[in-house]
Design a protein around this ligand. Structure first.
Ligand code: HEC
Ligand code: HEC
Length: 214
């Protein structure tokens, strides 16, 4: 646990210094032709699963609307490089990402990042309250850090951390499990999730799903 905590701190520091990542993408930087081409791909291909403007209906497919462009770019590149390896990533997204070049990836990320996310979904009040508590405070006794310290107030994220608000609980729960088992191999979230128990993951997922995406 000590090593895990140390790596969380190291990553947080690296991120706050801007060492990891992710130039903020400006819509104006994207070539207008490429913008149109990306819109076409989004509407004709990606929408089949991720829904119109990235507001997916099925909880198996993550909402993309309003997600930070830098995070979307990193994920598309991870699918393309076959490093994001949970079975659904492999089954659905490796093939989807394979033909996308960097310019198309950036344009698709730009497209989804400016779409308006949908409203939150209601759930069991006690479960949501428990989830809000974990999100805001972590669980000190189990060494779980507050999610809010990276994902931000109301879980809207930043250029370095994904937005989680309004995301499907089923998808979130599956990601937390994949971080825990390292099927989705990201050191910082492995450290966060490794001690989380299933009811705690479900509670925090229900809370995040309940938040309005906007
Ligand atoms: C056949 C269904 C399907 C299609 C079509 C599809 N996706 Fe996906 N996508 C998925 C699934 C399933 C996941 C979640 C994978 C997982 O559980 O790890 C996903 C995940 C993603 C993610 C990661 C989101 C996150 O929050 O981490 C991005 C980004 C993404 N897709 C972009 C796209 C783009 C861009 C296209 C069109 C080029 C596309 N997808 C087409 C099924 C699909
Ligand atoms: C030290 C910073 C940090 C903390 C604390 C943290 N996260 Fe994360 N989280 C990240 C990073 C970075 C990513 C992006 C991982 C990647 O690049 O794939 C992420 C990704 C996620 C994802 C995947 C989102 C998606 O769209 O697929 C979920 C779900 C998540 N975190 C939930 C949580 C929860 C719940 C907590 C609190 C129990 C938490 N995180 C605490 C840094 C953090």
């Amino acid at each position: 646990m000590k090593n895990i905590k140390r790596s969380i701190v190291a990553v947080s520091v690296a991120m706050s210094l801007g060492l990891l990542a992710s130039s903020a993408l400006r819509a104006a930087d994207i070539d207008p032709q490429m913008k149109l081409a990306a819109q076409r791909v989004a509407v004709t291909t990606c929408a089949t699963c991720h829904g119109p403007q990235g507001r997916s209906q099925s909880p198996k497919f993550p909402v993309l609307a309003g997600q930070h462009a830098s995070y979307l770019i990193a994920q598309m590149k991870a699918f393309k490089a076959e490093t994001r390896g949970d079975p659904d990533a492999l089954g659905y997204m490796w093939g989807m990402a394979a033909p996308l070049d960097d310019a198309m990836i950036e344009a698709l990320a730009g497209y989804y990042s400016v779409q308006t996310p949908g409203p939150g979904q209601r759930g069991d009040a006690a479960t949501i309250a428990r989830g809000a508590d974990i999100f805001g405070k972590g669980i000190a006794a189990e060494g779980i850090p507050p999610c809010i310290s990276c994902h931000g107030a109301n879980a809207v994220g930043t250029d370095d951390f994904p937005r989680l608000t309004g995301q499907h609980a089923q998808y979130l729960l599956k990601q937390l499990r994949s971080f825990q088992s390292n099927l989705r191999n990201v050191a910082v979230m492995h450290g966060v999730a490794s001690e989380l128990k299933t009811p705690e993951m479900s509670a925090v997922a229900a809370y995040l799903q309940s938040l309005s995406g906007t």
